[in-house]
Design a protein around this ligand. Structure first.
Ligand code: ADP
Ligand code: ZN
Length: 714
């Protein structure tokens, strides 16, 4: 068995052209009969690593998974791709089980999902011994470790596999990467010289945004209204929270439902099912929601409250955008959440560790560095560059020396005997003549009016940051009075410096973000609008097909696949087969239907006098989005790299997400810009080329000039 078999199967069954990083290496290790430990983030593409060997090798792959509720969907997804798969667990009747066992015995299955209980049961072993097992895949392998957050005792019994089947390779897969868990998995499963495959935990298609938890509902409504029909989850801390927020959304006409562990299991399944099938787009839920969900087209995640640690946060946002298409995440934080968690943690085991992790989470939320950098560094992945897809990168804040401002506030708090809430504190700092102030004699304290140069609103922002940095505290149990902390003493007496984000810039950033978003909507070309419309149209068709078949829509086609169809508008079966995510089975089943729909849509638009020409540059752009280099695209499309460069420049100029730094370095851009300044308008590209001693290739110069042009436009 070799990798070209694997690649053919990837295209034939899944419709994908390329393996993602590490997938091919893992498959090769399995072909070589080696054991492997695979660590990839949620949505990273773990399943392909055992599914491709399962399909291409003689015999049957046994997949052990603790998530019984997921098995049905996973098997359905495989069958939709024409793969012989089944599952065995307690949800099947005796008769159904017998039928599956028969299929297994007669070698009719490439892949079978089995619960750990079933796998370890005494009755199952004799059958297993008679089957030609080619691979054991232990999914969610962290469940074996009592260190992990999800220990399952029945997983610990899986040890027997290596004893009974010493020659069958085993691959253990998980998204939980810490060292203790890793070691535990290898030991407990008795893996032989297992090679560890640790993929990057970056999920570049997820945008990251963090906002202070003020007027959350208002912000959430605005967020959702911009994303009609998109599936999303709002995570809340409490069961009651899920119900309250859901009620508010419903009142505003947003179709939603709630989910928490206090509901009956029937109710929970109903909500989950409706979400998976795109019947209800928005779910407000506690973190209990999501574990048993494989839905690939979750387009956004909002955290209404701060998660308890970065691991949970990353796992939860990881449930968005598993299809690789763009997805948005938004985290609200408030110090109150931290206070609540601290209370929980006080009474629990491993208190110190939990508090430290909570602290890190809070630091992440209040940090002014690129969010993705902070996250990946937390997972020991050294990321140097800024990501360009988080709120900090998009709108870098201005940091100022806030020592004096902070000192003023702290000193006022001290002089007011830590006995007033925030509003009164600000009034005193600003020198208000309010009656209550005079009555209490607050106008006689030394810091009265010391902060009159800072507006009320700005003071709010600064105090919020002081709170975030632990420089003040709020006694929620005592009328929200502002109190001093250990940190305040360090600033007041030990000369500690304080950095604050300029309050004006916080407001300005919000305005700018809004302006940018508005401009982006306005800038959307006619063509893009038509493309969005076509996507909507195809989405509806997908929903219809899915309803008829009784399967979740994402199993018919992923959002990413529909997006590509809307962009490339295939006319023939041949062209449809080129679309990523359209394998042979789906081409046969749905190809014609979707081609006809696309052509009907185009015809309809033509009648309205609107051209839908997608154009060749869109095709290149789609390939670029899938991570291919200019050279790869050129090869695949049998065009010159220069031409592909031109396509990407066109997309870049239209405001699409083409990352310039993929093609040309900052230094080169700088060189071109400086030279052009000297040359003066008008200049020819040849002059630039020559002016730079023919050292910078033409296509790079084009990118640099495109950058200049876009800057001039903005
Ligand atoms: P995980 O199990 O790691 O959470 P999955 O195996 O469910 O992730 O894969 C996530 C998504 O990525 C799925 O929709 C899958 O079809 C898709 N995918 C996996 N490998 C590739 C690939 N090589 N090319 C394109 N899409 C892929
Ligand atoms: Zn960033």
């Amino acid at each position: 068995m070799n990798l070209s078999n694997a690649k053919n199967a990837l295209k034939k069954y899944f419709g994908y052209d390329h393996f993602r990083p590490l997938q091919a290496d893992i498959i090769q290790a399995i072909y070589d009969q080696k054991d492997a430990l695979v660590l990839m983030p949620t949505g990273g593409g773990k399943s392909i690593c055992f599914q491709i060997p399962a399909i291409t090798m003689e015999g049957t792959c046994m997949v052990i998974s603790p998530l019984i509720s997921l098995m049905k969907d996973q098997v359905e997804a495989l069958r939709a791709n024409g793969i012989q798969a089944a599952f065995l667990n307690s949800s099947l009747t005796q008769e159904e089980q017998r039928k599956v066992e028969d299929d297994l015995f007669y070698g009719r299955l490439d892949l079978i999902y089995v619960s750990p209980e079933k796998m370890c049961s005494r009755e199952f072993l004799p059958l297993l011994k008679k089957v030609n097992v080619n691979l054991f895949a232990i999914d969610e392998a962290h469940c074996i470790s009592s260190w992990g957050h999800d220990f399952r005792p029945e997983y610990a019994r899986l040890k027997f596999l290596k004893n009974e089947f010493p020659n069958v390779p085993t691959v253990a897969l998980t998204a939980t990467a810490d060292r203790m868990t890793r070691k535990d998995i290898v030991e407990q499963l008795n893996l032989n010289n297992a090679q560890t495959f640790l993929s990057s935990f970056d999920r570049p298609n997820l945008s990251l945004e963090v906002r202070p938890g003020r007027k959350r509902i208002e912000q959430i409504l605005e967020f959702i209204k911009k994303r009609p029909n998109q599936s999303g989850v709002i995570y809340c801390l409490s069961r009651k929270g899920t119900e309250d927020i859901c009620a508010k959304l419903l009142k505003e006409g947003i179709e939603s439902d709630y989910y928490h562990a206090g509901m009956s299991s029937q109710e929970r399944s109903r909500v989950q099912e409706a979400f998976i099938k795109d019947e209800i787009p928005v779910i407000t839920a506690t973190v209990a929601f999501g574990m048993g969900i494989d839905k690939s087209n979750v387009r956004w995640i909002i955290h209404y409250n701060l998660p308890k640690n970065i691991e949970s946060y990353y796992q939860e946002i990881g449930r968005a955008g598993r299809d690789g298409a763009d997805a948005d995440t938004l985290l609200f934080y408030s110090f109150q959440d931290v206070v609540k968690y601290r209370d929980f943690i006080e009474e629990s085991e491993l208190r110190e560790i939990k508090l430290a992790k909570l602290d890190r989470m809070y630091q992440f939320a209040t940090s002014v560095a690129c969010r993705r950098k902070v996250l990946l560094n937390y997972f020991s992945e050294n990321m140097r560059h800024n990501c360009g897809n988080c709120d900090v990168c998009k709108n870098p804040p201005t940091v100022i020396d806030g020592t004096v401002i902070t000192q003023k506030a702290l000193s006022a708090i001290a002089r007011l005997n830590e006995n007033v809430p925030q509003g009164m504190l600000i009034d005193v700092l600003r020198g208000s003549r309010r009656q209550e102030i005079i009555q209490n004699g607050f106008h006689n304290i030394k810091t009265y009016g010391a902060g009159s140069d800072v507006s009320w609103k700005e003071w709010m922002r600064y105090l919020e940051q002081m709170l975030n940095q632990g420089l003040i505290e709020i006694a929620y149990e005592d009328n929200n009075k502002v109190r001093l902390t250990e940190g305040s003493k360090a600033v007041l007496f030990d000369g500690d410096k304080v950095q604050l984000v300029k309050a004006e810039t916080i407001e300005k950033r919000k305005d700018e973000a809004k302006k940018k978003a508005d401009a982006a909507t306005r800038k959307k070309s006619e063509r893009q609008r038509v493309r969005d419309e076509m996507f909507e149209y195809l989405r509806k068709l997908r929903l219809e097909v899915a309803r008829k078949k009784g399967v979740p829509p994402y199993i018919v086609f992923s959002d990413a696949t529909l997006e590509e169809m809307a962009a490339t508008k295939p006319k023939t079966m041949e062209e449809m087969n080129q679309v990523s995510g359209v394998g042979e089975a789906k081409l046969r089943q749905y190809g014609r239907l979707f081609i006809d729909a696309i052509q009907a849509f185009i015809l309809e638009k033509k009648k309205e006098g609107i051209s839908t020409k997608g154009g060749t540059h869109l095709e290149s752009f789609q390939m670029y989005k899938r991570g291919m280099s200019i050279e790869q695209i050129a090869q695949e499309r049998a065009l010159a790299p220069m031409t592909i460069g031109g396509h990407l420049i066109k997309m870049y100029m239209e405001g699409e997400a083409v990352k310039l730094t993929d093609f040309v370095s900052k230094k080169e851009v700088q060189q071109v810009l400086e030279l052009v300044k000297d040359l003066g308008e008008p200049f020819g590209i040849k002059e630039v080329y020559e002016g730079l001693n023919e050292e910078v290739p033409y296509y790079k110069i084009r990118f640099a000039l495109a950058y200049r042009e876009r800057m001039l436009k903005v």
